[in-house]
Design a protein around this ligand. Structure first.
Ligand SMILES: [Fe+2]
Length: 320
């Protein structure tokens, strides 16, 4: 693995508590086990997804508030794993706006976070696929290049190890002939993933994170159309059944995602598939379909059992 995250580990982490005012949404519990005693051999990390950072709607302050909330947890998480849609947005904006948003994201993390961060890419982080503002395929930062350059990544997918677990951060955003994008893993990345799984010690537990979910109940439509329940190819990754089998065969225990701005936790073939809501809630306009602005805490026990909980951080949207 070749990965650089220069600058992401050197946050200041000051001003703790300055953004923490505001009441929590009544429908969600307080951090019900955030103060639980974890064994020294277990560990905790957080999954914060769908930040959609922008200068508008106090989004940057919201992300900062979320970061301070995360760092005030007891026990403190070992690291932050993001889930994509970091900015709002690159897909349909010109270079200047997209570049500014990535810089804003980096500044907020630099100024308000001291934890290690591993970033995952979402559809809104892909530059120019909407072909708006005069952006064409010939642009030197077109597609995923801007994200990789800003995040100092050689590829939008990579792996890292933490306390006996292996984490695979995958790129689930693929081009589509009919839509702006579709969910899935491209062939080259899938080859890499299969090779990495084969190289991983069989008994070593693992987790994956994708922006677009492989398995989630949040996409289920209320009613059938022409005798079918239909799910868009941009809502879920293609190849869910094969992926679930592959994960089960290789001791991958956890599959985290974002994209839906809703929360679920599905157990299938021994794997926990969890969709972690959104830091931005309804894109910084309040609660989305009953799911408030929040992030997920994942506690791994010494026996490698997974405890997953979604935590609102008490954000009050400026408009709803
Ligand atoms: Fe999103």
């Amino acid at each position: 693995m070749k990965l650089t995250r220069r600058g992401w580990f050197a946050g200041v982490g000051a001003l703790v508590g300055s953004w923490l005012s505001g009441s929590r949404a009544a429908t969600w519990t307080e951090e019900r086990s955030s103060n639980s005693s974890l064994s020294v051999d277990g560990f905790r990390f957080v999954h914060m997804t769908d930040l959609h950072i922008q200068p508008e709607l106090k989004a940057a302050q919201g992300v900062a508030a979320c970061l301070h909330h995360i760092q005030s947890l007891n026990p403190k998480p070992d690291f932050i794993l993001t889930g994509g849609d970091l900015i709002m947005d690159a897909l349909q904006q010109g270079e200047e706006r997209a570049s500014m948003l990535f810089d804003l994201l980096k500044k907020v993390f630099r100024d308000h976070n001291s934890l290690p961060v591993y970033h995952c890419m979402g559809n809104h982080d892909v530059f120019g696929w909407g072909k708006k503002q005069g952006v064409t395929e010939e642009h030197p930062k077109y597609g995923k290049k801007m994200y990789m350059e800003k995040m100092e990544l050689e590829r939008p997918y990579y792996a890292f190890d933490h306390k006996g677990w292996r984490f695979f951060v995958l790129d689930s955003v693929q081009p589509s002939e009919t839509e702006l994008y579709q969910g899935g893993i491209d062939g080259l990345q899938m080859d890499w993933f299969r090779q990495e799984l084969a190289r991983k010690p069989k008994e070593m537990p693992a987790a994956i994170v994708t922006h677009i979910p492989f398995i989630t109940v949040t996409v289920l439509p209320d009613s059938a159309k022409e005798g079918r329940f239909q799910i868009g190819s941009a809502s879920m990754c293609a190849g869910a059944q094969q992926m679930a089998q592959l994960l089960a065969d290789n001791n991958v225990k956890l599959a985290l995602s974002g994209h839906m701005h809703m929360v679920d936790e599905v157990s299938y073939r021994g794997i926990t598939f969890a969709c972690s809501g959104a830091v931005s809630g309804r894109w910084w306009k309040g609660v989305h379909k009953g799911f408030p602005e929040g992030y997920a805490i994942i506690d791994i026990s010494p026996a490698n059992q997974i405890s997953y909980q979604y935590i609102p951080f008490g954000w009050q949207a400026v408009e709803s």
